[in-house]
Design a protein around this ligand. Structure first.
Ligand code: ADP
Length: 694
């Protein structure tokens, strides 16, 4: 059914001919009555007064009857018109009008149903309201219908299903008429309002959630300073509830007692609109008495009409920030004090350009001393000494070590231990951080020490030779006697003239061999005691052992010990001072032989072994002697430790210095077969890096 236009009015009802005739008749009766009453008595000469009276009565009755008929007619017409208007109202209303049974079933519905729900009334009649109500709103509908069935008017809002399956919100106002067992209901479409209510609710929930989730305390005050709003964070900060704060006038309960004057001043600044834009710092006292440092940012509070009604304050707790800042400052002061107090020169230079970004006091003193103002005041590694070109480093490549070594200043001759690292500077730039320690004095002391050790080592060698002098003399005596005998034999033969050329030649050859043997011993002794700078070169450990045994073997034999060797021929060369290593071996062999003096002769066996380990050549000298008692172990390598009556106690100490000079280690183990094993290592050439001394 198409609803009629709102502007459509019912046509005016035409006046019926009957009512016109009745009106004329009544008018005539009234006129007749007037005329008749006005006639003079003489006009009824032939008649009597009763007749005249009867006529008047009749005319009056006719008039009354006519008027009555007209009145009834008019009332009828009015009733019809009202009915028609009600019908129009029913049909044209934009709201749904419905007549329902007390059980909630539709009996009649107006066409607004089509407009609102897109449903035809005839399709709905007979259905229950519950049939078109959204499942979630069934409870409301049932409650409303129960109230109506009990004779109480009811109003409820719920979603009703449209023809297309969607739902619209309807506000139902219904009145029951128990005598008719009917409910008269009007439903107004409130979907639009509901949507805006929902949007508003969502908006306000969102705002509330936002307000509650911000960590910044928000407080609004009116122009007199009275608190009109606080958010959750503000309450949390000061420890008072919103109810306690709203309506409060200054001084506020969270102002610290001793700081009222300052707080008044800052509040006045705020109310006068003169609060600094970067905010103000002040202190608040929480309800529990704890003091907080806060920062306030103030902005005008403008209402919906654009009128300023007060001030909005955003308050953040900066106690932690302040503490962190103070700690940072303290840490910075500490590190600056340390850096400034360091004897080492420290500087930071931009990796790409070399521009100095930081220098400490020691650096500046050094630069002044060197008479230069750039970091060339310190010796610089060559570009090739760096693992990468520091100028080309970028943020991805750092942090990394750049240099760690000793350098000599070309002008001042000072020695520095320089350690450089590439890292990210505070502003993200790649920089080189260098720490340069003047090690000149250390170097000098080291050199002195080394020279002293050298002297000591030589003295020790001389002593060893002194100790072995008689043995060596005896050893030399043999070839010399042999040479003498061969020579005398030759002289005698030559004198007698009875000789063969071959005999003389053979004897002279033997004498020469003996001389070579003696010469060898002398050379070894001379080499061994010669005064020379330590000189490291690539040497074969097998050859060193052979040379050492050339002298030590003589002493060992004198002491009744035999020396067996096990040195593979394919051992790599080591970078070492030949004489020094020989000295170590001689010392260990001599000690081993001396340790076995209480053993029967056939058990005095010394083993000299060498082997290759992962990164070094390991040499060991083992014996079956008395061994080292645990209480002696600790002092074994100390200077002047000896258990021998005529010992000096310097041998092992010097041996350890020599081995450590070669970056190796010397230690002693108990020999599982009895006795001791003294072992030392000499790092392989590749592990000595750039530290070759020549
Ligand atoms: P010295 O031989 O003059 O005593 P060393 O420094 O060479 O000086 O030796 C120190 C001490 O270490 C010796 O007195 C001895 O007690 C002990 N010692 C050295 N080598 C051995 C060894 N192979 N077996 C047992 N003890 C040893």
């Amino acid at each position: 059914m198409k609803p009629r236009d709102n502007n459509e009015h019912p046509p005016p009802s035409p006046r019926s001919p009957l009512s016109s005739a009745l009106s004329i008749l009544m008018l005539a009766a009234v006129l007749g009555l007037v005329w008749f009453a006005a006639l003079p008595a003489e006009a009824f000469k032939g008649g009597t007064d009763p007749l005249r009276f009867t006529l008047i009565i009749i005319i009056a009755l006719v008039a009354v009857a006519t008027w009555g008929v007209l009145l009834a007619k008019a009332q009828n017409q009015r009733a019809g018109q009202i009915e028609e208007e009600r019908d129009l109202f029913f049909r044209l209303s934009l709201d749904i009008f419905g007549v329902l049974s007390l059980s909630g079933h539709f009996e009649r519905l107006n066409p607004a149903l089509v407009n609102i729900l897109g449903l035809k009334p005839e399709n709905i009649v007979g259905m229950s309201l519950l049939d078109i109500v959204h499942a979630e709103d069934l409870g409301i509908a049932r409650k409303g219908l129960t109230a109506l069935a009990n004779g109480r008017p009811s109003q409820f809002e719920l979603r009703c299903r449209c023809g297309d399956g969607s739902y619209r919100w309807l506000n139902w106002s219904a009145n029951p008429l128990l005598e008719e067992s009917r409910i008269y209901a009007v439903a107004h479409d409130v979907t639009g309002r509901k949507a805006s209510e929902d949007a508003l609710r969502t908006e306000s929930t969102f705002r509330k959630a936002m307000e509650d989730s911000v960590l910044t305390g928000l407080r609004a005050i009116d122009r007199e300073g009275r608190i009109i709003y606080v958010n959750h964070a503000f309450c949390e900060l000061v420890g008072y509830s919103a109810e306690e704060l709203i309506g409060q006038k200054p001084p506020f309960p969270y102002w610290p007692d001793k700081e009222h004057a300052q707080n008044w001043y800052k509040l006045h600044l705020c109310l006068a609109g003169e609060a600094p834009t970067q905010g103000m710092e002040l202190r608040v006292r929480r309800r529990n008495g704890k003091l907080l440092d806060v920062r306030l940012h103030i902005s005008p509070l403008i209402d919906a009409h654009g009128i300023q009604t007060g001030w909005m304050t955003a308050m953040t707790d900066i106690t932690e920030q302040g503490r962190a800042r103070a700690e940072l400052q303290a840490a910075n002061d500490r590190i600056t004090t340390v850096l400034e107090g360091l004897d080492a020169a420290v500087y930071v230079a931009e990796a790409s350009s070399g521009t100095l970004l930081y220098t400490n006091r020691a650096y500046e003193a050094q630069a002044r001393f060197a008479g230069e103002t750039s970091h060339i005041g310190l010796p610089q590694p060559e570009l090739g000494d760096y693992p990468v070109d520091p100028r080309k480093l970028n943020a991805r490549d750092v942090p990394r070590e750049l240099f760690d070594g000793e350098l000599q200043h070309p002008a001042t001759g000072q020695w520095f231990h320089l350690r450089e690292r590439a890292l990210r500077w505070v502003d993200g730039r790649v920089v080189r951080l260098a720490v340069a320690t003047d090690v000149s004095a250390l170097k000098r002391a080291e050199e002195l020490n080394r020279a002293q050790e050298e002297r000591l080592a030589r003295t020790s060698r001389l002593i060893t030779m002194g100790e072995m002098a008689s043995t060596l003399a005896h050893e030399l005596n043999q070839p010399l006697s042999a040479i003498s005998n061969y020579s005398m034999g030759c002289v005698n033969r030559l004198k007698s003239g009875n000789y063969k050329h071959e005999d003389i030649l053979g004897a002279m050859e033997k004498a020469s061999a003996q001389a070579a043997r003696a010469g060898n011993i002398v050379r070894r002794v001379r080499d061994f005691v010669r005064k020379s700078e330590p000189r490291r070169a690539l040497v074969n450990i097998g050859q060193i052992a052979e040379e050492a045994l050339g002298i030590a073997g003589i002493e060992a034999r004198r002491l009744g010990a035999r020396v067996s060797t096990n040195i593979p021929g394919d051992l790599p060369l080591v970078m070492a001072d030949r004489i020094m290593v020989e000295q170590v071996l001689m010392n260990l062999i001599k000690n081993a032989a001396e340790a076995m003096q209480d053993l029967p002769l056939d058990e005095r066996q010394i083993h000299l072994r060498a082997r290759l380990t992962a990164d070094a050549i390991e040499v060991s000298v083992s014996d079956h002697g008395c061994g080292v008692s645990p209480e002696h172990l600790e002092n074994l390598f100390s200077p002047f430790f000896t258990t021998k009556q005529d010992g000096m106690g310097m041998g092992l100490n010097i041996c350890r210095s020599i081995i450590e000079f070669h970056k190796g280690r010397l230690w002693v183990d108990a020999n599982p077969a009895g006795g001791s094993i003294f072992t030392f290592t000499l790092p392989q050439e590749k592990n000595l890096g750039s530290e070759h001394d020549t």
